[in-house]
Design a protein around this ligand. Structure first.
Ligand code: AAL
Length: 430
């Protein structure tokens, strides 16, 4: 009885052994195939990487992400949006625009936010249509305004924080895209300072700074470039956009975006500049750019590192990324409907935390709200669950359901329709 069993066992071992020898290099390297009859990948998703050969895709959920499923991934979230109350955009005629909100801070019992506000006789008229009073772009001929709120939904516009200075001072053409830093009980606003109309050569500007002893101002502009453009030939030679300071490892880590290349399209990446003093000097990180995709900057301390929204542009758009050291960013999750120009409320943005708790809401913007001939932007509120202190399962589900018109509005252009018609014709030609 024993003998036939032994023969069977030896037989199957021999089969496995010979199969071993005949495997291709890649097959051998990629983890061996599961043993015959091991019943396949388990029905219940293991929380830890199972001791079995895995495909690249399944291997990745255990090696490349904070958790193997979105529900448990603290850096995965859905985003939910709420219109704001309290802002008048002049009937949406394009003459009044609010955009690129700063981070939100809570002081004196209320929330504060700063943003770009344009109030011009006409909507933007493009790089060939601007004058001293007619804007080229939605953020041209703008000032920096601020608003306050008790609840983050209803806002009261308070007025100008930083106005365009007299020509030829830095920012005389436009000051825009502000962000806030609180350092040693003083307040600093960093913003884009335009010395020419945006779009003349490109969206070219360095970064300027103003300071104040109170979030209500008055703000003192320092009329000096604090984050300079890069040297000729460098990625950030023309534009330093979306300055975004955080306090990290005892210093000011200021992230920024730049537009470069342009053939066929502009490439957007993000860099880092570090300083011990809000007025600089800022040292640009030798490894810049540190984020290879994205558009407006949105970042927050998370655990011992820094997390970043990587929206809209580039290979890794629509991802949330994480760098344990604030420099080497890796994809932590893939998300949808990300906030444009997100300015989150980050309680530990300036506390030099070693254990960032994350975020649950902020303000963002929607650009070109109606039509190009009335081009303007509005602010909005976003909510999410990227917090170690919140567990909102509704924010951890995947799969947004959009009505057909959302897709149909992304319709074909007339050129694309002609191409398709010609392709069809080719099929029917004899
Ligand atoms: C925004 C930001 C910067 C650009 C322009 C206004 O989305 O990236 O601020 O200059 O667009």
């Amino acid at each position: 009885m024993l003998r036939p069993l032994l023969i069977l066992l030896l037989g199957s071992l021999a089969t496995v052994a010979s199969a071993q020898d005949s495997k291709s290099e890649s097959q051998r390297g990629r983890g061996d195939l599961p043993a015959q009859g091991d019943g396949g990948f388990p029905f219940v998703l293991p929380t830890q990487k199972p001791e079995r050969p895995l495909s690249a895709a399944v291997e990745r959920i255990y090696s490349a992400y904070p958790a193997p499923r979105p529900e448990d991934n603290e850096l995965y979230t859905r985003f939910k949006y709420t219109p704001l109350v309290g802002f008048d955009d002049h009937g949406g005629d394009g003459t009044v625009s609010r955009r690129d909100p700063s981070k939100v801070i809570f002081e004196n019992g209320k929330y504060y936010v700063w943003y770009t506000k344009r109030d011009t006789p006409t909507p933007p008229q493009g790089p060939d249509g601007y004058t001293d009073s007619i804007p080229s772009s939605d953020w041209d001929l703008a000032d920096i305004w601020f608003a306050t709120s008790q609840d983050g939904f209803t806002w009261r516009e308070q007025g100008i924080a930083v106005a365009r200075p007299e020509k030829p001072l830095l920012g005389w053409r436009s000051v825009s895209t502000p962000d806030i830093l609180v350092w040693k009980d003083k307040y600093y606003l960093y913003y884009q300072g335009f010395k020419e109309a945006s779009g003349k050569r490109g969206d070219d500007c360095p970064v300027a700074v103003s300071s104040s002893d109170s979030p209500d101002g008055p703000w003192t502009p320092h009329h000096q470039v604090v984050i300079p453009n890069g040297a000729p030939g460098q990625w950030d030679q023309f534009s330093i956009h979306d300055p975004y300071p955080l306090v990290y490892r005892g210093k000011i880590y200021l992230y920024y975006k730049s537009d470069f290349d342009g053939d066929p399209n502009l490439v957007r990446m993000q860099g880092l500049a570090i300083a011990d003093d809000p007025l600089g000097p800022f040292e640009k990180h030798p490894l810049n750019p540190v984020i290879n995709s994205g558009h407006e900057t949105t970042l927050f301390p998370f655990r011992e590192g820094i997390a970043a929204f990587v929206i809209r542009d580039g290979l890794e758009h629509s991802t949330i990324q994480y760098a344990k050291d604030g420099v080497h960013f890796e994809i932590a999750s893939i998300v949808s409907l990300m906030p444009n120009a997100g300015g989150p409320f980050i309680p530990d943005a300036f506390t030099d935390t070693r254990n960032g708790r994350g975020i649950t809401w902020g303000l963002s913007h929607f650009t070109n709200v109606s039509t190009w001939d009335k081009n303007h932007a509005i602010l909005a509120r976003f909510d999410c669950d990227l917090s170690l202190d919140l567990n909102d399962p509704a924010m951890k589900r995947t799969g947004d359901y959009h009505k057909p018109d959302v897709f149909f509005r992304q319709g074909l252009s007339s050129q694309q329709k002609v191409r398709i018609l010609n392709e069809n014709k080719k099929l029917t030609e004899p």
